[in-house]
Design a protein around this ligand. Structure first.
Ligand code: NAP
Length: 556
């Protein structure tokens, strides 16, 4: 696919004035921008709305120190335009947030997307009109837009999780959340800083600011597994070989990868079929060392049984624990940083740049908050009866993943039912793309999809493509309503539950399982099956005559 924006289409309406469109897309991240490009190219009248002041989605808001992607840049990028793939040069193996934002802005300009984008526009509510088969979309400024279809590209890690700690209002210092970082940055020089949270975001911010602050207290509830990211300037020969073979890399990502990424030690990795428990400890160790040497998320390129067999998983967990000990000088701190009580890889593996070594600095202390309750006081944080005086607190407390960005909007479907209510016991979707009772609304990287295990940029492109195919086919047939059948949705949720229950993933308190948010249900959150199978099912919706979905034309 190349640049193919007809200027007639692009000029056909004024985005600020158009309140009657074919499609409203919510969210200007990777998935939303591609879908805008695709749908507009098909001649549809599209408006993309985003609450942010710029494009980029989660990469717009996540500007905290040290933030960068932990999937390789060459893979974490659009595949839809060969020209774009060839023209763009990533400066580092793992792109920083600033570079990702430059890329997404470049895409918005290069494909002339901005004329269809309304920024600083938060969608407050959407109501389905059963007489017209259209959505009435209302923004927080009161603007009303009527659309035949809504595409929710709201991001699966975008709604910040801000726990309500007692005493929050009393704290006299500064408070920041990694997912909503101030645009101008923050100067921490000489300050006493506290970080709550040691997931991927916490680990990045701690590693980056540790040497710059006066003093750092890290408040850890659960220790994470982390391996070195091994970021570096992009090796030119690697970039060249990637660009020469992009179709094959993309094929491997889509059809043969574990999670939509395939590069290990700068080569496409071969998927392991042998079990860890069927080979010698030495052979196993050689694979673990190889992945560790590659860095980043390469550890996920692993033996199939490590995800389903606790004994197999113990071998990799022990390997990773051993590496932590090697990196931390103080044995007591090393032990506190060592994850225990849950399997490796089933909470998202973290990838760090000097994280463990940060604790070897005199100005950095680890505070174990497990079994205690964090309270904010005017002067700092109190936990387990001890007060830590602080000038700033950083909440690296993650996201209300997958559902939060959707349930934060007052979405009303057939019979006026509210999506938030419908999903109160966990999100129920058909293929992660629609939910019964909410016709003509599609989710990209939504709950019930494999997005955390299938590179979200590629999944967003594919889902945006399927949505385009379905809409255009409906138009050609004079159909105005597409909805998921409840029976098919139930089958999908049941199948998803069976898949996850056969793995070790339920054994950890993770955002994959909804367990990072008190009271949240894990039902239907993530599809843990093979992404390649998932892709086939979605691609088959149209050829099968919309098996699992129901379609109808205008009401007489
Ligand atoms: P996260 O993995 O959910 O980590 C949140 C941290 O906050 C955990 O350590 C959690 O402790 C702690 N926390 C939450 N509520 C708490 C409370 N009430 N009291 C004490 N501690 C509390 O969130 P994240 O670090 O933002 O990462 C989320 C996901 O975003 C990652 O898994 C990854 O997929 C993505 N991400 C990627 C990158 C990258 O590409 N490099 C960077 C950042 C994020 P518990 O573990 O005990 O709950």
């Amino acid at each position: 696919m190349g640049v193919n924006v007809s200027s007639d289409i692009a000029k056909q309406y004024d985005t600020q004035a158009a309140n009657n469109v074919d499609v409203v897309i919510v969210g200007a991240g990777f998935a939303g921008l591609y879908t805008l490009y695709n749908l507009r190219n098909q001649g549809l009248k599209v408006i993309l709305l985003d609450a942010a002041g710029g494009v980029g989605g989660t990469w717009y808001w996540n500007r905290y120190p040290g933030v960068r992607v932990d999937i390789e840049s060459m893979e974490y990028s659009y595949s839809f335009s060969e020209e774009l793939q060839q023209e763009w040069s990533w400066s580092e193996r793992y792109a920083s947030q600033a570079e990702l934002l430059r890329y997404l802005n470049h895409v918005a300009d290069r494909f002339d997307l901005r004329k269809n984008i309304c920024l600083n526009t938060r969608v407050a509510a959407t109501v389905f009109d059963e007489k017209t088969d259209k959505w009435e979309v209302e923004t927080d400024s009161g603007r009303k837009i009527t659309a035949s279809f809504c595409v929710m590209a709201t991001g699966f890690l975008s709604a910040a999780n801000q726990p309500k700690f007692p005493g929050m209002e009393s704290f006299e210092g500064e408070q920041y959340h990694t997912a909503r970082w101030p645009e101008g940055g923050v100067d921490f020089a000489g300050k006493r800083v506290g970080v709550i949270g040691t997931g991927s975001s916490g680990i990045q911010v701690i590693s980056e600011i540790g040497s710059k602050v006066g003093h750092l207290n890290v408040f850890q509830r659960t220790a994470s597994f982390s391996i070195p990211l091994r970021n570096c300037p992009m090796p030119k020969d690697y970039e060249k070989s990637f660009k020469e073979n992009y179709p094959e890399w993309r094929r491997l990502q889509r059809e043969e990868s574990f999670g939509g990424y395939v590069s290990c030690n700068y080569k496409p990795v071969e998927r392991l079929t042998q079990n860890a428990m069927d080979i010698s400890p030495e052979e196993r160790l050689a694979v673990y060392e190889d992945r560790y040497k590659s860095g980043g998320l390469s550890m996920y390129f692993n033996f199939p049984d490590v995800f389903v067999d606790k004994a197999a998983n113990d071998t990799i967990a022990d390997f990773l624990r051993g590496k932590i000990k090697e990196r931390v000088n103080d044995p007591e701190t090393a032990e506190l940083l060592t994850p225990r009580g849950y399997p490796a890889l089933v909470r998202r593996l973290c990838a760090d740049t000097g994280y463990y070594e940060t604790y070897n600095q005199d100005n950095v202390d680890l505070v174990d908050v497990s079994g205690g309750e964090i309270e904010l006081t005017p002067k700092g944080i109190e936990v387990k009866g001890k007060e830590y005086e602080l000038d700033c607190i950083i909440f690296a407390t993650g996201y209300d993943a997958l559902t939060g960005a959707l349930t934060n909007i007052d979405i009303r479907g057939e019979g006026g039912r509210q999506l938030k209510e419908e999903w109160s016991d966990g999100p129920r979707t058909a293929l992660g793309m629609m939910t019964a009772g909410f016709p003509n609304m599609f989710f990209l990287n939504g709950p019930g999809s494999p997005c955390p295990f299938y590179q979200p940029v590629l999944l967003g492109e594919e889902q945006g493509g399927w949505v385009g195919d379905w809409i255009m086919d409906m138009r050609a047939k004079g159909l105005t309503r597409m909805g998921a059948k409840k029976s098919f949705q139930n089958e999908w949720v049941e199948h998803s539950s069976e898949v996850v229950n056969a793995t070790l993933f339920p054994l950890a308190n993770s955002w994959y399982m909804g367990k990072n948010i008190p009271g949240k249900s894990s039902v239907g959150l993530v599809y843990f099956g093979e992404p390649a199978d998932y892709r086939k099912r979605c691609a088959n919706v149209l050829p099968s005559g919309y098996d699992g979905f129901e379609l109808s034309g205008p009401q007489k």
